[in-house]
Design a protein. Structure first.
Length: 292
């Protein structure tokens, strides 16, 4: 699909590349359908300067901008050691994400970012890691998994827990072999089984019971729907993991992504700049407030 180009967009040379308003033009280089409503797309920046200078850390996100349609916050789901092309895994839920899902190889879009605080992977070196992801929340931890594979010797045991509605909704299925080859213990679960499914049926928090956790040596990073993250955090705390060793990525609606508009506010936090990654001891009390 080729989108109509607005007359005055983009202004790539008019803004400092460090400005949060600077939108980098990019083209879709590859797409991979993950499930009926989720697609991973690899973007390559059009400008040599962006291909050379753009950097991100695992857990950060971009604002993907389609002129005339809008912008959405989308996690960067690729290897942080290779920033000239970045991957985004998108579930089509609304106007922007449906339009993103219709893009084809060669189509143009614009990228603001990267934004937000990353997973604290440097601080977690030498610890056992549990990486828990519900649905498209896997996108937020994919770069962390890439980082851990590259620096495998720096971490203890690593378990990835991933849950989806049905087996057909499990994401990144073609990556599982590579994860296992790097000594990652992968556990999958689905809400509803399908013919041929031999794994467990239920929800991600139940997978924690399958792990041999040494609480004092374990940290957990988690992304998914907020009730799922709360349930994972509560079960981890019951297993003895410290709340300050549990990190969640909060996916609230965003507009400016720069701490200016307040749309993403949750309690005292502006999720776009104080998060999206926050430790559970800080954000847990606010997640527990209904309808906040
Ligand atoms: C830091 C961060 C990282 C994110 N990373 C990703 C990512 O990697 N991949 C991804 O697909 N999304 C991601 N999201 C979520 C994405 O930004 C939102 O879903 C966004 O609102 C989509 O914009 P839209 O215009 O398509 O939908 P909107 O017009 O904003 O919403 C349309 C409808 O869908 C509902 N809706 C919105 N979001 C969701 C949702 N997540 N699940 C179910 N229903 C929803 C709304 O309530 C509304 O009814 C992330 C959000 C944040 C804050
Ligand atoms: S999105 Fe505007 S303050 Fe966070």
């Amino acid at each position: 699909m080729t989108l109509p180009a607005p007359l005055s967009y983009p202004p790539p040379e008019s803004l400092d590349p460090g400005s949060p308003w600077h939108a980098r033009p990019a083209r879709i280089d590859r797409v991979r359908d993950e499930s009926a409503d989720v697609r991973t797309m690899v973007l390559v920046f059009e400008q040599a300067r962006d291909r050379r200078d753009y950097r991100f850390l695992p857990g950060q996100f971009n604002m993907l901008l389609l002129p005339g349609i809008g912008e959405a916050a989308i996690s960067i789901a690729s290897d942080p050691e290779h920033c000239s092309a970045v991957a985004h895994t998108v579930r089509a839920v609304g106007s922007v994400t449906h339009a993103l899902a219709r893009l084809e190889v060669g189509d143009q879009l614009f990228v603001r970012g990267p934004f937000g605080r990353p997973w604290p992977l440097e601080e977690l070196r030498e610890r056992d890691l549990i990486i828990a992801a519900g649905g498209v929340g896997l996108a937020s931890v994919q770069a962390a998994i890439c980082h851990c594979m590259t620096h495998r010797g720096d971490y203890g045991r690593i378990a990835v827990l991933h849950g989806a509605k049905t087996p057909a909704d499990l994401l990144c299925r073609s990556d599982y072999g590579r994860w296992r080859d790097h000594g990652i213990d992968l556990h999958l679960i689905v809400d509803h089984a399908a013919p041929g499914w031999q794994g467990p049926v239920g929800f991600v928090p139940q997978l924690l019971d399958r792990l041999e956790i040494v609480p004092s040596e374990t940290s957990l990073i988690c992304c998914g729907p907020e009730p799922m993250m709360e349930a994972v955090a509560r079960r981890s705390i019951a297993a003895g993991i410290d709340p300050d060793q549990i990190f969640v990525s909060i996916e609230r609606l965003m507009a400016c992504a720069s701490g200016l508009c307040g749309l993403c506010q949750l309690g005292p936090f502006f999720i776009c700049k104080d998060g999206p990654v926050l430790s559970y001891d800080r954000i847990g009390p606010w997640l527990a407030v209904p309808h906040l």
